[in-house]
Design a binder for this molecule. Structure first.
Ligand code: ADP
Length: 439
């Protein structure tokens, strides 16, 4: 453009010069005309070139303008359809532009929000703090993750996280604030739920601790008098002088048997409480597994005899030595064996032991008793679960034995499995590492 103006200026200067020359020239105007025409032609050509240049420049400007328009539209679209809320306010927080998502958050039509103070949409209790923070913005460049609760025109309040960018004029005064608003209600809700669950967990842990503590104390307090009842009733049965009458003997025997059952229940509850509180510790020691099983057989022999049951033991151990907590293993085997005897009326029971690869040992206890229905098998390891209340009531028991055995075997890094058919019998198999901590 400047170039064009220069060119016109140059042509005008030449014309003026020509006029001056004509007025002071002594030659005839006739002679001056061709010269003037030549000058004019040159000037016209120059003008033509300048015009062409200007046309090209104009075209470039039009193209650039179209680009700018397209870019502006693109940014406008991005602003408008962004999933997060975007707002532009002046330094005092008066809304100048607001996108679709932000208007949705404030639950009002976009147009109606223009020229409104943003403060109007902040929850009443937070409004003063918001104003103070807004004034503080004048001293910052940017503020991120500012958590605010907004109250839309209608509907429930919403938690949002705000990021503000501050644009200043050349004197450093904040003139434009660009706001990004993200709805964090779901996150807040999740945080709140998590906090509640954590609190509940703590409470549950505390309850479990108190329960275990209570059970441990109670079991201990009950065990002492029960030991006296069982001990003295046994003494009475064995060496009463003068001898007891038959009906008295029966009564003492019942005191003894019931006392023993109660003692077993107390022991089981105490142990289950210890397992639950994770305070049961194993004491591994070296022992002979074959000897342990033979001892158990000797102990339970009379019981199987009373019920007219066969009692077989088959051991297939090249190395019978194991290093695990033998008392706990005995407890598990005794529990499985007494169940086998308890739930079998004809046939017999059998204990087998053999070796497995990777220095593992397997012990199974089978019976030809009432068996367990497939649907019940998955429940029998649960505490206090008894399959058939009438049968189990006849036989006694707490429903804790298998749960405790399962825990103990798992503490030994082993596992118990069951195979059973109703009226055919059951086989409980334990597999576990020969040495504790070796796997
Ligand atoms: P309980 O003290 O009642 O025997 P357990 O936890 O040892 O408690 O056993 C749970 C239930 O599993 C028993 O009540 C019984 O119903 C079933 N059960 C366990 N062992 C056998 C078995 N060998 N034969 C049939 N049922 C069994």
């Amino acid at each position: 453009m400047d170039q064009f103006v220069q060119k016109i200026g140059a042509v005008r200067d030449r014309a003026a010069e020509l006029q001056v020359r004509a007025s002071i020239s002594s030659s005839q105007p006739k002679q001056l005309i061709p010269q003037a025409l030549a000058e004019l032609e040159t000037a016209l050509e120059e003008l033509h070139v300048a015009e062409e240049e200007m046309r090209v420049q104009n075209e470039q400007i039009v193209i650039a303008n179209t680009h700018i328009q397209a870019e502006r539209q693109r940014y406008q679209d991005l602003f408008e359809f962004a999933p997060d809320g975007y707002l532009v306010t002046d330094g005092a927080g008066i809304i100048r532009e607001i996108n679709h998502a932000a208007a949705k958050l404030l639950n009002a039509p976009q147009d109606s929000l223009i020229r409104k103070p943003l403060t109007n949409y902040i929850e009443l209790e937070q409004r003063q703090a918001f104003r103070t923070q807004l004034n503080q913005l004048h001293y910052a460049d940017r503020l991120t993750e500012w958590e605010v609760r907004i109250c839309p025109r209608q509907g429930a309040t919403i938690d949002v996280a705000i990021t503000v960018a501050i644009i200043r004029d050349h004197q450093g005064r904040p003139t434009i604030l660009r706001w990004l608003m993200r709805n964090i209600s779901t996150r807040k809700l999740a945080e709140e739920t998590l906090r509640k669950v954590q609190l509940q967990n703590l409470q549950l842990q505390e309850n479990a601790r108190l329960k275990s503590h209570f059970l441990a104390i109670m079991s201990h307090e009950l065990r002492t008098p029960m030991n006296a009842i069982v001990g003295f009733s046994q003494l009475l049965m064995r060496q009463s002088n003068p001898p007891l009458a038959k009906n008295q003997e029966n009564m003492v025997e019942r005191i003894f048997n019931n006392g023993k059952n109660l003692l077993k229940l107390i022991e089981d509850i105490l142990q289950a409480a210890k397992i639950e509180a994770n305070s049961l510790e194993l004491v591994p020691q070296e022992f002979n597994l074959a000897e342990l099983i033979t001892e158990i057989k000797a102990e339970y022999h009379s019981l199987t005899e009373q019920k007219n049951l066969d009692f077989k033991v088959s051991l297939d151990l090249t190395n019978p030595i194991a290093i695990i907590d033998s008392d706990r293993l005995r407890q598990v085997l005794v529990n499985l064996l007494s169940n086998a005897i308890k739930f079998t009326d004809t046939g017999g029971v059998e204990i087998k032991a053999w070796e497995l690869p990777l220095d593992q040992i397997a012990i199974s206890i089978s019976d030809t008793g009432i068996g367990i229905d497939q649907n019940d098998i998955k429940h029998i390891f649960r505490e206090f679960h008894q399959v058939n209340q009438t049968i189990t009531r006849q036989h006694g028991g707490t429903g804790l034995g298998l749960a405790i055995s399962d825990h103990l075997v798992r503490l030994m890094a082993g596992n118990i499995s069951v195979k059973s058919k109703p009226n055919r019998g059951s086989t409980f198999t334990i597999t576990l590492p020969r040495k504790v901590g070796s796997h």
